[in-house]
Design a protein around this ligand. Structure first.
Ligand SMILES: [Zn+2]
Length: 395
């Protein structure tokens, strides 16, 4: 009896041990939810390290918490190969998403510059085409006003975003012709030139905002088609329209809130009615004149005959490149533009600015619209409140 009792104890110990070993093994086998270190993971880690150590700005500060999260930690084991394929090497691209963005202002376009005495506000279709080539070769890429305001900047790494704005709805900017009973964009118009350029260089972007005075009615983009048809075709290419006031008078002369509401709201109302509820969201100040200080709030928001207007950006006339909308100095109530060159180069026009807009001061994209990448020493230029969920990365 005693022997068999001892045997039972030993047997029980063995069974318990086996059961324990079985569970320990099972747990160990179950553990790797994380797949074993793959070549992908090794590559991403290397990229991240390379990025961190490749800083040539000269800062000796340790990596900030905002340093790019290693792609290995977020996409490990998934399809991170795509991200690994072409990593942005900050030391080569040197992104600076706190740098300046030129917002170019155009007015008149004609065939022959000899036919005008205006030296500042008019250019020719040929000169415009040459300008597009120059801008393209100089790494500028077009973005919309909407994307400028939202800081939704989707241009390739190393490229500089640029906004095109067109004031006054002149026919040289855009007009329609009738070809075999069909309305088409006149190739002899700025939009016509841009469409042709876009076929050759689709990556330049086909964007621009046209600031309109609805009181001009059919004089806006004068040519074939009704104003509604002209606007519909313009918008169908992805261009945008903005408010340039009813009447095109400088807002410096406004004396009351009601008068300001009318100049902005009446323009808005006519657009809404003509274009089935379409709204402006940006204003270009006619002649660059600001409204009196005590009325300036009504430049941004107001109401006229039951129609509300809201200008998320208010464009000045001159004479500097703008800061991006996430910059601490960005003032949506007075956004700087640069006038394109007219017949001759004049001070502060685009031709004057082009050689001065060096890469060290301009906005250089990191190629990812969801991140904001700046050199460590420029971090203070970014307003954290304006980031709107985008990740700030310094290097
Ligand atoms: Zn104007």
């Amino acid at each position: 009896m005693r022997r068999s009792k001892t045997f039972t104890v030993i047997l029980s110990a063995v069974v318990v041990s086996l059961v324990l070993i079985f569970f320990i093994n099972r747990r160990n086998n179950k553990e790797p939810d994380v797949p074993p270190l793959s070549t992908t993971a090794v590559t991403t880690t290397t990229v991240a390290q390379h990025t961190e150590t490749s800083d040539t700005v000269g800062t000796t500060q340790p990596a900030e918490p905002t340093q790019p999260a290693s792609p290995a930690t977020t996409t490990q084991g998934q399809t991170s190969t795509e991200e690994v394929k072409d990593p942005v090497d900050y030391s080569v691209i040197r992104p600076n998403e706190s740098g300046e963005i030129p917002i170019v202002m155009f007015h008149n376009f004609i065939e022959d510059l000899n036919s005008t005495n205006d030296i500042e506000w008019t250019t020719s279709f040929d000169e415009f085409e040459k300008l597009l080539e120059t801008l393209y070769e100089s790494d500028y890429r077009l973005i919309s006003m909407r994307d400028f305001i939202d800081h939704n900047i989707d241009v390739p790494a190393g490229k500089i975003p640029m906004v095109f704005t067109f004031d006054d709805g002149t026919p040289g900017q855009y007009n329609l012709i009738e070809v075999n009973g069909k309305l088409e964009v006149n190739p002899k118009s700025a939009v016509g030139v841009m469409l042709k350029f876009h076929e050759k260089h689709p990556d330049f972007g086909l964007k621009g905002i046209f600031y309109l005075n609805m009181d001009k009615e059919n004089k806006t983009f004068e040519g074939a088609g009704t104003l509604k048809e002209r606007l519909e075709i313009l918008l169908s290419y992805g261009f945008e329209v903005g408010n340039h006031t009813w009447g095109h008078k400088s807002l410096e002369t406004v004396t009351s809130k009601a008068e300001l509401n009318e100049r902005l709201g009446k323009n808005e109302k006519y657009l809404n009615e003509l274009m089935d509820g379409l709204k402006f969201y940006s204003l270009a100040l006619p002649h660059g004149g600001k409204a009196p200080e005590d009325l300036s709030d009504y430049l941004v928001k107001g109401m006229y005959e039951g129609v509300q207007y809201h200008n998320e950006s208010i464009m000045a006339v001159g004479y500097l490149p703008s800061v991006p909308s996430i910059h601490v100095d960005y003032n949506p109530a007075y956004v700087r533009r640069i006038r394109s060159q007219g017949k001759v180069e004049t001070r502060f026009d685009l031709t004057y600015w082009l050689p001065l807009m060096t890469r060290d001061r301009m906005y250089i994209s990191d190629g990812d619209p969801d991140t904001v990448v700046v050199p460590e020493r420029k971090k203070g230029n970014i307003s954290i409140e304006k980031l709107n969920g985008k990740e700030l990365i310094t290097y």
